[in-house]
Design a protein around this ligand. Structure first.
Ligand code: PMP
Length: 964
């Protein structure tokens, strides 16, 4: 078969094809052409919903090849493999008008290529599925299986030599020739490889995945099936389904291989050839693309494909072979290197040196108050922990280096030790070794088994000079360079010759084998056993100690150790853009807030039955943000308590019990507010806990609600519902106690209500004698941009307002603000006591929050950046089928993910996949709403325009992949 000669492709009309189907298979229905370069394929849908694939082979395809495919499908028979549908006369294929026709059953599923996030579960299942396939195919045989096809790796070098001239890029060309030479030098190893029949095309386009993106539904396209090296199956799978486009390629490959190996054990000689064969396969792909480009130079699609293939090829550097192979060997339980024997070395420092352990991991105090942004302060902070200028950092410690996420994994894990020492400290040679050279300030030495690197010393050694164990190696130099640490050296052992100083967390598994811990070269070092922030341990402890009813964001939750402004940092120093935390309103770890909390803690913090000035001063300050009618405050600790109290106030004032709410809203977790919350996301049992006195109004969402954007008077239509609810209450001889709602539906996903809707509802409720409660717990404190409170934006005047969350920027403080009359009515019947409410520390923090909002003009910023972000998100609506609507206002936004624009059906699975993929790119957003399909975006107000651009760019990248 010769690729690139499209002239031989069949070109039957749909009418013709339908006729053949009906005559020979008795199948009728509708046809949809499917992509195929050489053949002609149709998706067949019958009236009763069955689906088939009609495959009309290229004229040059021999029947033996197709018989090989058919027999394999029949042999493998399972729901994960297409079934061969026989003709009416019992044939597996039909020869008609010079072409072979076949009908196969259709397999449901999404191509792996459109799944933007590969969870551990999916990787495990891909490994398992592929290994089972390999296992089964071992006992399959067919006379035509030993055949020549261009994709069979056994013929790759011959083919490459013929094709390499199609490549115009000289670098790529010489790399390909080097790969050919390398493979040819391994002919003996290759001759010893085990062989069997393999699918040989387990690419991301042929593996079909379930809707959730967690399991393999099946595999299609047996066109490349052949008798070849068994390991060839894994070569294609790992290259074309796992590492391409992954941000953690080798860790993903490790996981798949590990799972594969437990079912279809790989031999050591096979593992050692995996990476070189992946390079070979990639070389074939890029050459085939180049060849295609020269045959069809105007074809834009081919040009684009060449660029993709070139990128993958270039990412598979030969210098990575050792790293990749170490990873693969570890996955299969083979030992790549022997451990260094510890019987022949000497310390690099005077034996009396005492070395305290200095924590430079992201959790360390040295970075507090943004010190990681200021070299001088950071240096001072480390100095404070050193003992007479001496100390060392732990092997494999993560460190914190970048402030912002970059969209990919950062190299944060140190593969050696920093040793802080005074200038001119003498350093000794730990081994008998040869000095090779200095490279980028790093002195490189070689022992008989590994390399030894040391940075930060001066010496007069000559290249290739022998040094004996215990000899003077050099002296500590004055710290300079880009790392403004106190004077230090960095030392590292490397068995590869090209290890980086820092690696990505996903590469640790292999690098820690290649670069052993050099700490044994230090005398008297103190490992501090108390540093324990191992994510697995934390996860399991939390599972066993803390209630399980509260779910995590993400299946594999992020282990957070630090926050700074709009950024969050995990235990490995990976950075995330926090686009979800409206609690950290003015930004994480704002130094003014920690400082005011500390100051107050040092003076006084007691319960609310005493007289102290902090709550009074804060009351005065916050009430200035309220209209004249709302001038009495009750302090609470949480938003739930605030709403709970608001209901009591309303019921006490009106002597009624019934509460009108908006459907899909959440107001908290106490029994009373749970009874009136209807949001299924925060309260999955809402429909059960809702009581007869709770009356939800239809959610006024003009995208998916009862009345849509094209209705006239949509606000009025929705508002009519309140009249109905009031009438219902009255018909049972009861009255309305209150209407409670947010002024922008936060739990609903940030839905802005139709203009004047809230005004109308307030009017009707007040006329019926009820009070109106504005729940500002989520959206208040300037987030709405144009106004400080959401109710002001909707131009309504509530009787009670509840506030919380951003109020203390993460410290628990909340409040109810109401009228003198309502407060008085309550006082006449009840007392109110809440131990921690309005404590002095909380009030100082809350007061500082207000100062920061003003000083940093955060309300204005929320309006401009939020407005810009919304506008950018809205651009995605016409670009992507799954973006239904963008909700919200200013810095409280939601993106509604739908199956398709026409049906507007919520697509929660896609929403979750998007969020998981965003997390991998360093951005935190998460699905919300009753259908878990709205991406909630409500960042700290210090979020910048650049952050907005980054967020939308990455979201767009993921959507392109999803809808490709
Ligand atoms: N009201 C609204 C609108 C909320 O979103 C929440 C919390 N998500 C609450 C009240 C309850 O606040 P808290 O969790 O502080 O009790």
């Amino acid at each position: 078969m010769i690729e690139g000669t499209k002239s031989t492709s069949p070109n039957f009309t749909q009418q013709n094809a339908l006729l053949v189907l009906e005559t020979y298979w008795n199948i009728s229905g509708t046809l949809k052409p499917l992509d195929s370069f050489l053949d002609q394929n149709f998706l067949v849908k019958t009236e009763n919903g069955n689906k088939y694939v009609l495959k009309i082979a290229n004229i040059e395809t021999h029947d033996e090849e197709l018989d090989l495919q058919n027999k394999a499908l029949i042999f493998l028979e399972s729901n994960e493999i297409p079934k061969v549908i026989q003709t009416l006369s019992g044939e597996e294929m039909l020869f008609y008008k010079s072409h072979w026709w076949r009908v196969l059953s259709f397999l449901d599923g999404k191509m792996l290529s459109v799944i933007p996030y590969h969870s551990d579960e999916l990787l495990y299942n891909i490994g398992k599925f592929s290994a089972n396939l390999s296992n089964k195919l071992v006992s399959f045989s067919h006379p035509s299986a030993k055949r020549f096809i261009q994709w069979d790796l056994q013929y790759a070098t011959t083919l490459l030599k013929n094709w390499v001239h199609f490549i115009k890029d000289e670098n790529i060309k010489s790399e390909i020739l080097a790969i050919v030479e390398n493979i040819e030098n391994k002919s003996e190893e290759l001759n010893n490889l085990r062989k069997s029949i393999i699918h040989a095309d387990l690419t991301r386009y042929n593996l079909l995945i379930n809707e959730e993106g967690t399991d393999v539904n099946g595999v299609i396209d047996f066109g490349d099936i052949c008798y070849s090296w068994s390991i060839g199956e894994l070569v294609v799978l790992l290259l074309e389904s796992i590492i391409t486009e992954s941000t953690t390629p080798f860790l993903d490959a490790y996981k798949v291989l590990k799972s594969f190996h437990t079912i279809f054990p790989i031999y050591e000689n096979e593992v050692r050839l995996l990476y070189p064969l992946m390079q070979l396969r990639s070389a074939i792909i890029v050459s085939a693309s180049a060849r295609q480009m020269s045959l069809d130079p105007e074809n834009e699609y081919v040009k684009k494909q060449y660029l993709v293939d070139k990128k993958v090829f270039s990412s598979l550097q030969s210098s990575q072979n050792l790293f990749a192979t170490t990873m693969f060997m570890a996955a299969c339980g083979f030992q790549m290197f022997n451990k260094i024997k510890l019987d022949d070395f000497s310390f690099i420092l005077n034996e009396k040196t005492q070395l305290p352990l200095i924590d430079i991991s992201p959790i360390s105090d040295i970075y507090d108050d943004g010190a990681f942004l200021n070299d001088k302060i950071l240096k001072n902070n480390i100095d404070n922990y050193l003992d007479n200028g001496v100390g060392f950092t732990e092997y494999l410690t993560p460190c914190l280096q970048t402030v912002e996420p970059t969209g990919s994994e950062l190299e944060t894990i140190l593969l050696g030790n920093y040793v802080f020492l005074s200038k001119n400290t003498e350093v000794f040679s730990p081994f008998d070794m040869i000095f090779l050279r200095i490279e980028n300030g790093k002195s490189i030495f070689k022992t008989s088994y590994f390399f030894f690197y040391i940075r930060g010393i001066y010496h007069t050694l000559q290249e290739n000079q022998d040094i004996s164990k215990g000899d003077t190696l050099g002296f500590v130099e004055q710290s300079n360079g880009n790392l403004n640490f106190p004077n230090h050296i960095f030392m590292q052992i490397d068995k590869s010759g090209n290890a980086p100083e820092k690696c990505k967390p996903s590469g640790v598994l292999a690098w820690k084998i290649i670069c052993e811990n050099p700490a044994f070269l230090l005398p008297n070092y103190a490992i501090n056993e108390t540093i324990s922030n191992n994510k697995e341990t934390l996860f399991h402890k939390r599972e066993s100690l803390i209630q399980q009813s509260q779910e995590y964001y993400y299946k594999n939750p992020i282990n957070l150790v630090r926050g700074w402004k709009q950024y969050l940092y995990d235990e490995n120093g990976q950075v995330y853009l926090d686009a979800i935390n409206n609690v950290a309103h003015v930004g994480h770890s704002h130094p003014k807030i920690s400082s005011s909390a500390c100051k107050q803690f040092k003076k006084l913090n007691t319960n609310a039955r005493f007289l102290y000035k902090e709550n009074i001063e804060y009351a005065e300050k916050i009430l200035k943000y309220f209209p004249p009618s709302l001038q009495t405050i009750f302090f609470t600790c949480t938003g739930s308590e605030a709403n709970d109290l608001a209901l009591r106030l309303a019921r006490c004032y009106t002597n009624e019990n019934d509460i009108i709410v908006i459907d899909g809203e959440y107001h908290g977790n106490t029994t009373a507010v749970d009874e009136i919350s209807t949001c299924l996301m925060d309260n999955p049992t809402a429909s059960k806990s809702k009581r007869s006195f709770t009356h939800p109004l239809i959610q006024p969402n003009i995208f998916r609600g009862k009345y849509r954007e094209n209705e006239e008077n949509v606000a009025e239509l929705y508002a009519q519902d309140v009249e109905e609810k009031i009438n219902e209450i009255h018909s049972e001889n009861r009255g309305v106690a209150a209407f409670i709602s947010e002024s922008l539906l936060g739990s609903g996903g940030g839905v802005e209500m139709p203009k004047t809707y809230l005004k109308k509802v307030y009017e009707k409720v007040k006329n019926a004698g009820g009070v109106c409660i504005a729940d500002e717990v989520q959206i208040g404190f300037g987030r709405m941009g144009t106004h400080f409170w959401g109710f002001e934006k909707e131009d309504v005047l509530p009787d009670i307002v509840t506030i919380g969350k951003p109020m203390g920027n993460g410290y628990p403080i909340a409040a109810v603000v109401t009228t003198k009359e309502i407060a008085q009515a309550y006082k006449e019947k009840y007392t109110y006591f809440n131990t921690y409410s309005g404590n002095a520390v909380a009030c100082q923090i809350a007061s500082t929050v207000l100062d920061i909002i003003e000083e940093e003009k955060l309300q204005k910023k929320a309006f401009s950046v939020g407005g810009f972000l919304k506008q950018e998100l809205e651009k995605l609506i016409p670009e992507f089928e799954c973006i239904g609507a963008v909700y919200g206002f200013s810095m409280y936004l939601g993106v509604d993910i739908v199956l398709d624009k026409k049906s507007r059906k919520p697509d929660s699975k896609k929403a979750l996949l998007i969020c998981e993929a965003m997390k991998k790119m360093g951005i935190i957003i998460y699905p919300t709403g009753d259908y878990y399909n709205i991406l909630k975006i409500k960042p700290p107000l210090c979020f910048t325009k650049e952050n907005a651009v980054f967020l939308v760019d990455k979201l767009r990248e993921i959507l392109i992949q999803l809808e490709n």
